[in-house]
Write a protein that binds this ligand. Structure first.
Ligand SMILES: Cc1cc2nc3c(=O)[nH]c(=O)nc-3n(C[C@H](O)[C@H](O)[C@H](O)COP(=O)(O)OP(=O)(O)OC[C@H]3O[C@@H](n4cnc5c(N)ncnc54)[C@H](O)[C@@H]3O)c2cc1C
Length: 456
């Protein structure tokens, strides 16, 4: 790409610009998933809405492809683009709490840890993911699943308004009344419709500390545990949640040394309440755990408890499926692949999304699969690039093996980059409406580095 395509970029945007060849370029282009190695022409660190608009217009005039980066966590590396312009939002990370209204306004480049800390001191939280370094932008626009989903809904179910910079550089406020189609589409439709520079969320009360932690078992207990879990959890109050997991015990404190790196199965429980509850007590009394790590913990600490295990720079290859039932045949496959995890950071999680998410209609937001009970993710992870093939093969074979027992598609944020029918399937019956809305707001597909919805 000729360097001249970037002439004038540093005057067009107020924020810092890093171009190929500049010192710091490799750090600036790095993504969370080190398996994805993209070389953009430039990264523009936008500082406000006008800067974002200027960057979009610059890229479009010069014929540069655009990517938008918030936390850079996307497993498929959708926050960057070869030879194009990355709009980096990390300087736009203000979090403004309105304690009386139990609302929070978050700029489009913030990470969820910043939101958790700001809201927790006022006794509430926005339901989001289980890692604090994940970007608010990508997680929210895809849907948002985590420890509070069962009781408080997906992240998008708590989005009440947004500011969006559109493909033509105009800036709109959207909610249920203003540009309602756009508001519908950004609740699950990813970054297809514009750059969201501000999100306004409704919060939910959380206790000062929650009862949370993993209860882990010998992997030989997996079939029995999964059978019990699939029947037990959906019958419990929504203040209790827990995701089933295959994992290896991390090789460090607070885990006892004799358990380090042991492959296990378990449930990572979280009860939004100060005290023990009968449901949690019953959950903890199942079987003979190797380790019961449940303890009182403030939500911001709980939402960052896995951060150290999954830092930026590992190799990632993952797949996700929606699950409404876990028949015994599926359990057999799960156990076989759980036992075969090729490296210690590989994992499988089943996140419960029954409860509050299921009370929103499938056509009320772009997230179509409201009848799913779990969002499953199979993640091959390892720091060593030499293991990239092994973790990818494991994740793909595992996903292929259990897919017949799933809804055949999954959560848009738990995928590598897909196209065509696979993206269509992620949105199911909502795809055609999304394509119409895309055709209206982004007819030239300026925002194409995402799970792309083709403009109708
Ligand atoms: C370790 C780890 C743990 C995770 N845990 C969870 C979890 O518990 N729950 C969950 O739901 N998901 C989880 N995810 C998935 C996560 O939601 C997605 O990877 C998501 O894309 C990350 O958001 P981000 O802003 O960091 O992504 P980025 O990589 O910055 O962006 C991802 C996509 O969103 C677009 N985008 C980002 N911000 C904006 C914006 N402001 N406006 C317009 N478009 C934007 C980008 O263009 C890109 O297409 C996890 C991911 C990882 C790696």
């Amino acid at each position: 790409m000729a360097t001249s395509a970037l002439d004038g970029l540093t005057t067009a945007v107020k924020g810092r610009v890093v171009e190929r060849g500049d010192s710091g370029y490799d750090d600036a282009r790095a993504l969370f998933n080190a398996m994805i190695d993209k070389h953009p022409a430039a990264i523009a660190y936008c500082v406000d809405d006008a800067d974002v608009a200027a960057a979009i217009q610059f890229a479009r005039r010069r014929g540069l492809r655009l990517a938008v980066r918030c936390g850079g966590h996307n497993g498929a590396g959708l926050a960057s683009v070869d030879d194009g312009l990355v709009i980096d939002l990390s300087s736009m990370n203000a979090v403004t709490v309105d304690p009386g209204a139990r609302m929070v306004r978050v700029q489009g480049g913030a990470r969820f840890g910043e939101v958790d800390r700001a809201t927790h001191e006022h006794g509430f939280a926005v339901p989001a993911g289980i890692i604090s370094t994940t970007g608010v932008g990508g997680l929210t626009l895809g849907g948002g699943v985590g420890h509070l989903s069962r009781g408080a809904g997906l992240t998008i179910d708590n989005l009440v308004a947004a500011t969006v910079v559109l493909a033509d550089g105009s800036i709109v406020q959207t909610d249920l009344e203003r540009d309602p189609d756009l508001f519908w589409a950004i609740r699950g439709g990813g970054g297809n419709f514009g750059v969201v520079t501000s999100f306004s969320f409704r919060g939910h009360p959380v206790t000062k500390t929650m009862q949370a932690g993993p209860v882990l078992y010998d992997i030989g207990d997996a079939a029995e545990l999964l059978r019990w879990y699939r029947d037990f959890l959906p019958a419990q109050p929504e203040a209790l949640t827990g995701f089933f997991a295959f994992l290896s015990i991390p090789p460090g404190p607070p885990f006892p040394e004799e358990l380090h790196l042991r492959k296990v199965c378990g449930v990572v429980w979280c009860y939004n309440g100060e005290d023990d509850s009968p449901a949690l007590r019953e959950a903890r009394s199942w079987g003979t755990p190797l380790l019961d790590g449940i303890a009182p913990v403030p939500l911001p600490d709980w939402n960052s408890a896995f951060d150290a295990v999954y830092p930026a720079g590992d190799q990632w290859y993952w797949r996700g499926e929606f699950v409404s039932e876990i028949p015994d045949d599926a359990i057999e496959q799960h156990v076989a692949f759980g036992e075969a995890m090729p490296t210690w950071k590989c994992t499988m999680h089943l996140y419960p999304i029954d409860g509050a998410p299921s009370r929103v209609g499938s056509d009320e937001t772009a997230w179509a699969y409201r009848d799913a009970v779990w969002a499953q993710v199979i993640a091959g992870v390892d720091p060593d690039p030499a293991n990239a093939g092994a973790i990818r093969d494991w994740a793909v074979s595992y996903s292929d093996a259990v897919r017949p027992h799933t809804l055949g598609t999954g959560y848009v944020n738990f995928q590598m980059q897909e196209t065509g029918d696979k993206v269509r399937a992620m949105y199911g019956p909502n795809y055609d409406r999304l394509a119409q809305i895309k055709g209206h707001y982004d007819p030239d597909n300026a925002f194409s580095v995402n799970q792309n919805i083709v403009p109708a």
